[in-house]
Design a protein around this ligand. Sequence first.
Ligand SMILES: N[C@@H](CCC(=O)N[C@@H](CS)C(=O)NCC(=O)O)C(=O)O
Length: 239
Amino acid sequence: MSEQLTLYTARVCPYAQRAEIALAEVGAKYTRFEIDLQNKPVWYAPQVNPASKVPAVAYGGPEVPPDQPSRDSVKIAESLVLLEFVADLHPGSPLLPKDPVQRAQVRFFIDAVSNKVPANWFAFMARGESPDALISGLETIQSLLPEGKKFAVGDEFTIADAAIAPFLTRIATTLGNDIGVYEEGQGKKVYETIWKSPKFAKLQKYYENLTERSSVRETYNEQLIKDTLGARFTPKRNA
Ligand SMILES: N[C@@H](CCC(=O)N[C@@H](CS)C(=O)NCC(=O)O)C(=O)O
């Protein structure tokens, strides 16, 4: 990768962490720019991402300060697009396997993550809906994991793993600390089901493999997630 790459990101955001994990996996040299999501810079939407979300990348063009993006760089957004982009920039890396079947498995796994994980987690944590959809969504994810392998499609870490890791870490942190609008104690109960019961043994092992990965560990700030989501949701309990 010879062109400059600037990543607009936010520590709190699971979608942004996906891109950070992929960049860490390939050891990319890039400029990281933290966007304060509560107070986004005025130039961000017009000059980087019209959707005004992180993550986004400015790729190529001249070396410029990240808060003065060049018109000559290409701007790319959407975390799943960025995962494929990073893999495409590093065709020698295992992030996206060469084998067509494994590539399809990676994409199928990502599709399942998109459909089963973020919205079901959020419905429970932020709206106090039943945790059943989250639990059954994670059962589906577990059923896709290959037997006796470390990661989503085999022993190599791929963009499928980068797509789910930021959500599994946040789900574990929020449930384990009972963070959410639901009744007190309910998060910890769901945590016990997912992280302690034998029914989820395969997912638990997978989680262990993911969180041992330095790309995942070093891009996750658990304290920040506890503080931010704890302050955002738990006070709304019984409101
Ligand atoms: N579909 C997008 C979702 C990104 C997203 O929702 N990012 C949130 C933070 S986690 C954001 O930037 N929100 C800012 C806003 O909506 O104003 C992706 O996968 O990249």
